[in-house]
Design a protein around this ligand. Structure first.
Ligand SMILES: Nc1ncnc2c1ncn2[C@@H]1O[C@H](COP(=O)(O)OP(=O)(O)OP(=O)(O)O)[C@@H](O)[C@H]1O
Ligand SMILES: [Mg+2]
Length: 223
C-alpha cells in the first residue's frame, strides 16, 4: 500500500495568555492511498486543528507530517503554498466558492493557477462537474445554487486537479439530511472511480456510517 499521509507525534499547543491548550496531542496517523476516512470526536477535540496541520494551513508545535514522502513541516511558507496548490484539495463547511465566478470558473480556476493547458482545463472541468451532477449548471453563480449544489461544486473544485488527497472539515454541517446523504454518495463514487483519498471530519452519525474507517479524537488524542 502507498502511504499518502503519515504524522508522527504531531502536537499543537495554543497559548493564549496564561492558558495553554493542547489541541492535538501526539497523534500518530497513517492514511493510505484511496482511503475514505472520517475524523470524529466532540467539539473542541482537535479535528479542525489536525486537518489544518495535515493540509499545511497551520504549523504544528511539534512532530512531523509526511505527505507522499515529503516532510511538510520543513517547508517554507512559499513552498507550502505551492505544495498545497499542487497536492491537496480542500472542501470547507461554508463552501467558500468565489461569488462572482460561475460553477465552471470556480472549478477551472485552481487548474489555471497550476498553469495547465486551456483545452485540458475545459475538458476536465466539464467532466468533473458532470460527475457531481451539475453538467447543466456550468454557468450558474454560487448564489443561484442550493447549498448542496454549492458543496458539489466545492467537491468538484477540490477533485479537479487530481490532488493526492482531499481534506474536508465538516463538509455536510450546513446541509439537510437528504442532501448530506447525496453528497456522501457522490464523494464515495468519486473515491472509487478516481481512487482519490478523502479525509473528512464530522459530527454526524450518518456521515460516520458511510466512512470506511473512523478515527476518534478526544482531547487531542487518538482513541
Ligand atoms: N486559534 C486558536 N487559539 C487558541 N485555541 C484554539 C484555537 N483554535 C482552536 N483552539 C482550541 O483547540 C482545541 C481544539 O479545537 P478544534 O477547533 O480543533 O476542535 P474541533 O474538534 O474542530 O471542534 P468542533 O467540532 O467544534 O469544530 C479547542 O480547545 C479550541 O478551543
Ligand atoms: Mg472543527
Amino acid at each position: 500500500m502507498n502511504k499518502v499521509i503519515e504524522t508522527s507525534d504531531l502536537v499543537k499547543i495554543y497559548s493564549t495568555g496564561a492558558l495553554e491548550v493542547c489541541a492535538v496531542d501526539h497523534v500518530n496517523l497513517t492514511i493510505e492511498q484511496g482511503e475514505f476516512t472520517a475524523i470524529v470526536g466532540p467539539s473542541g477535540s482537535g479535528k479542525t486543528t489536525l486537518l489544518n496541520m495535515i493540509g499545511g494551513l497551520d504549523k504544528p508545535t511539534g512532530g512531523q507530517i509526511t505527505v507522499d514522502g515529503v516532510d511538510i513541516t520543513t517547508l517554507t511558507q512559499k513552498q507550502l503554498v505551492d505544495f498545497r496548490l499542487r497536492n491537496i484539495g480542500f472542501v470547507f463547511q461554508q463552501y467558500n466558492l468565489i461569488p462572482v465566478l460561475t460553477a465552471f470558473e470556480n472549478v477551472s480556476f485552481i487548474m489555471e493557477l497550476q498553469g495547465r493547458m486551456k483545452k485540458e482545463i475545459d475538458a476536465r472541468t466539464k467532466e468533473i462537474l458532470s460527475d457531481v451532477g451539475l453538467a447543466d449548471r456550468l454557468a450558474s453563480r454560487p448564489a443561484q445554487l442550493s447549498g448542496g449544489q454549492q458543496q458539489r461544486v466545492a467537491v468538484a473544485r477540490a477533485m479537479a486537479s487530481r490532488p493526492k488527497f482531499i481534506i474536508a472539515d465538516e463538509p455536510t454541517a450546513n446541509l439537510d439530511s437528504k442532501t448530506t446523504e447525496k453528497l456522501l454518495e457522490m464523494m464515495l463514487e468519486l473515491n472509487q472511480k478516481e481512487n482519490v483519498t478523502f479525509l473528512f471530519s464530522t459530527h454526524d452519525q450518518r456521515v460516520m456510517n458511510k466512512a470506511r474507517r473512523v478515527i476518534t479524537l478526544e482531547d487531542g488524542r487518538m482513541v
